[in-house]
Design a protein around this ligand. Structure first.
Ligand code: AGP
Length: 609
């Protein structure tokens, strides 16, 4: 998705802007650009299609330097990826970059054309540039012109603006798309993601919905949507900069897979007593009101949605609370029935996913008991807007394919289930068992990572495959869904997941000697049922790849191979069986030679609808 960086300093800020863009590359984009106020007072703009390296080459040919500037990586929404559509866009004496979508761009474009403005791009952003220039011409005051512009545009945006007439000032606004102001020593920065600025600061002000700001080298003024002066406190970013490096690993995804034992330990830190969970981590209000919950709705997207699907099995079986799970893009547009005492849980790695955020905002008027965000980014919009929060501590996840964020979400959800059992006076032995199982997870995940050499060899078998099926039962059905999503995302092999019992109702027709069928077969109450389903595959010559518990007997032949994992308590096996599926998709992608960390067409954080 698009990324914004801005800076104002006494030194040349172009290197800060470029480094910021490089740090945003993982989010996915198709073109990049910078606009800098040069010492002669003009705005120098350089743009390039493709990676940031192309922009750097363009800057070598036409150097642009100055003490005030903005930069952008674009992910096309309106108009194809092309230099003329890349940001920054110019109008008269100003330059602008924009993340998000201006929904009423068409009528505004018509109005501006009628006023005599001509357009050089197909973007919705250029409309904002001309509108601001138009109001500035009328009002002769940039702040007033900016306010008028914000009043006219509808949709989702983060905006950053520089103007030749104000060489000491950077303007910005956010509505539906994140933006932070970074504070340095006698310099200030701006970015759509704090990661972009960690090379220069770890101190940030997080703009809230509807905020707009005027930033100088020495300070900033922030106003809320209703034009009141707003105080947004400076917060320290909690992750160390070194955790953003790939280190010895070939890809971020592999590094993040191997970080899971630590990510799980960090997520559990301070949440477990000897044989009970420490509910204070939820905050005083949530802690006292947990007992009032009669129903749960979970809303999320992609991998985070899969975490919610697993949690439904836990919440209904262990806590006895009815639970439904839905993708945010559907939930946000339908009429929902919310029984009394329902908790809404949103799950998101980034906390900025547009559909999930919109779902949370929609839920606010639906009569929920409360809203809870499970999220990996403490300062994200989702966390700030939810009533309660439960943070995962996976550290920054750079690879587009979510790995450690998923397993830490599962850990947080199992912890929450345990908390619900505990506050409702449920089975103390079950609570103690869950706590012990959660404690054992980092070590077990480490053991599961030991399967890598075998999985590396297995991946070769997928070299010529175009399709794959994933099977699971009970809470391992969503794990199969997650395995299929991972394979699709990074190896571009078409993969589908089925609840194994559904096979004979249709998908069995796809099975032949060319179809790999990956199954998740822990030693649980559904194992015998699953085995019968796998026999249906074996009988049709399908290639069976099974991840099973080491305590269960298995018979491999030329068409089937089994990889074993240690025995674990049922409640944590979904976490454990995720690991080999992540390794499988990673190594298949290596065999296929795809761009593992930045798969085609995908963005890390989907901040537009
Ligand atoms: C996972 O591998 C994905 N890239 C994607 O499905 C992701 O989980 C989804 O877009 C939701 O993101 P979030 O967790 O940041 O809200």
């Amino acid at each position: 998705m698009c990324g914004i960086v801005g800076a104002i300093a006494q030194r040349n800020i172009t290197p800060i802007l470029l480094e910021g863009l490089r740090r945003l590359e993982y989010r996915g984009y198709d073109s990049a650009g910078v606009a800098v106020l040069a010492s002669d007072g003009s705005i120098q703009r350089v743009r390039a299609v493709g990676k940031v390296i192309e922009l750097e080459k363009a800057l070598e040919a036409a150097p642009a330097g100055g003490h005030l500037g903005i930069a952008h990586t674009r992910w096309a929404t309106h108009g194809k990826p092309a230099e003329h559509n890349a940001h920054p866009h110019l109008s008269q004496r100003l330059a602008i970059v924009h993340n998000g979508i201006i929904e009423n761009h068409a009528p505004l474009r018509k109005r501006l054309i009628d006023l005599g403005y001509s357009f050089t791009s197909e973007t919705d952003t250029e409309v904002v540039a001309h509108l601001l220039a138009h109001y500035y011409g009328e009002k002769k005051d940039l702040l007033e012109a900016f306010r008028a512009t914000l009043g006219d545009i509808h949709g989702a945006y983060a905006l950053a603006i520089i103007h030749q007439d104000q060489p000491e000032t950077l303007y910005c606004a956010r509505a539906g798309s994140p933006l932070v102001i970074g504070e340095g020593s006698d310099e200030h920065y701006l970015a759509s993601d704090p990661l972009a600025l960690l090379q220069v600061t770890d101190r940030f002000r997080y703009l809230e919905e509807g905020d707009y700001a005027r930033i100088t080298r020495t300070g900033c003024d922030i106003w809320s949507r209703d034009h009141q002066v707003a105080e947004r406190p400076v917060k320290r970013y909690e992750h160390a900069a070194h955790s953003l490096e790939k280190g010895e690993y070939r890809h971020y995804m592999l590094k993040e897979i191997f970080e899971q034992p630590d990510a799980i330990s960090d997520t559990l830190a301070g949440t477990l007593g000897d044989d009970h969970v420490l509910t204070a981590v939820l905050g005083p209000e949530a802690e006292t009101r947990l007992g009032e919950i009669r129903n749960i709705h979970i809303v999320a997207c992609g991998t985070s949605y899969h975490a919610g699907l697993v949690a439904r099995y836990w919440i209904e079986e262990q806590a006895g609370i009815p639970c439904q799970v839905e993708v945010a893009s559907e939930y946000r547009y339908r009429t929902v029935v919310v029984p009394d005492g329902t908790l809404l849980i949103t799950i998101s790695q980034s906390g900025e996913t547009a559909d999930t955020l919109a779902a949370l905002r929609y839920a606010k008027d639906q009569g929920y008991l409360a809203t809870l965000a499970i999220c990996n980014v403490a300062g994200s919009s989702l966390v700030r807007e939810a009533d309660w929060r439960l943070l995962t501590h996976a550290g920054p996840e750079i690879g587009v394919a979510s790995t450690k964020a998923f397993t830490t979400q599962l850990v947080a959800l199992l912890w929450l289930t345990t908390a619900l059992v505990q506050v409702r006076g449920g089975d103390a032995a079950l609570v103690a068992r869950n706590v012990a199982a959660l404690r054992s997870l980092p070590g077990l995940v480490l053991q599961a990572l030991g399967l890598e050499p075998q999985i590396t060899a297995l991946a070769e078998r997928f070299a010529n495959k175009h399709h794959a099926l994933f099977l699971g039962r009970g809470p391992h059905y969503p794990i199969a869904m997650e395995g299929a999503l991972k394979l699709k995302e990074i190896s571009y092999i078409h993969a589908e997941a089925y609840a194994a019992g559904e096979l004979k109702h249709g998908p069995l027709a796809l099975v032949d000697e060319d179809m790999p069928v990956v199954s998740v077969a822990p030693s649980d109450s559904l194992l015998e049922k699953l085995k019968s389903n796998l026999e249906e595959v074996r009988a049709r010559g399908g290639q069976l790849i099974t991840f099973a518990c080491e305590t269960v007997e298995h018979h491999d032949d030329s068409n089937s191979v089994t990889y074993t994992l240690p025995w674990v308590e049922d409640c944590i096996s979904p976490v454990l069986y995720t690991i080999p599926l992540q390794l499988l998709s990673y190594h298949v992608a290596l065999v296929k030679g795809t761009d593992v960390d930045k798969p085609r067409n995908l963005a890390k954080s989907v901040t537009v609808e």
